[in-house]
Design a protein around this ligand. Structure first.
Ligand code: AMP
Length: 120
């Protein structure tokens, strides 16, 4: 697993050096629109702390941080009114998943029928 690199684009968004279309923010989490959406609703949910990927996050973060992160996702899903219509959460880790940005994030896809898991 690689070490965290502060040059990644999400680190720059968190520092305010690059703009984003913010959907939600709290103490530990930022949620913003994906610049290249693959579904009608496509947002990214990132912790403000520095973790490379899901594996890095669950290996290093304490339980409170992990629980709080998942609770923020729940809040975002409810804020976007997606519980009844449905949604998909995806996180890519590493080479075979073609992770592009090495700052841990979930993709939240929704707003239309997303098809099978391999279609998006
Ligand atoms: P992943 O392959 O899981 O690392 O996904 C990275 C995601 O970040 C892709 O869906 C990109 O479209 C998205 N992305 C890259 N740069 C930006 C940016 N400046 N603002 C919003 N989303 C971005």
């Amino acid at each position: 697993m690689t070490t965290y690199n502060d040059d990644n684009i999400f680190a720059k968004i968190l520092e305010g050096k690059i703009p984003c279309n913010k959907i939600y923010e709290d103490k530990g989490v930022l949620c913003f629109q994906d610049i290249n959406p693959v579904s009608k609703i496509h947002v990214l949910i990132i912790p403000k702390s520095k973790y490379v990927s899901f594996h890095d996050f669950v290996s290093k973060a304490n339980e409170e941080t992990i629980t709080s992160f998942f609770n923020s996702i729940k809040i975002i899903v409810e804020k976007l009114d997606l519980v009844n219509s449905g949604y998909r959460l995806i996180t890519n880790h590493g080479m075979n998943a073609n992770q592009e940005v090495p700052h841990f994030h979930f993709h939240l896809l929704a707003g239309e029928n997303l098809g099978g898991i391999k279609s998006k």
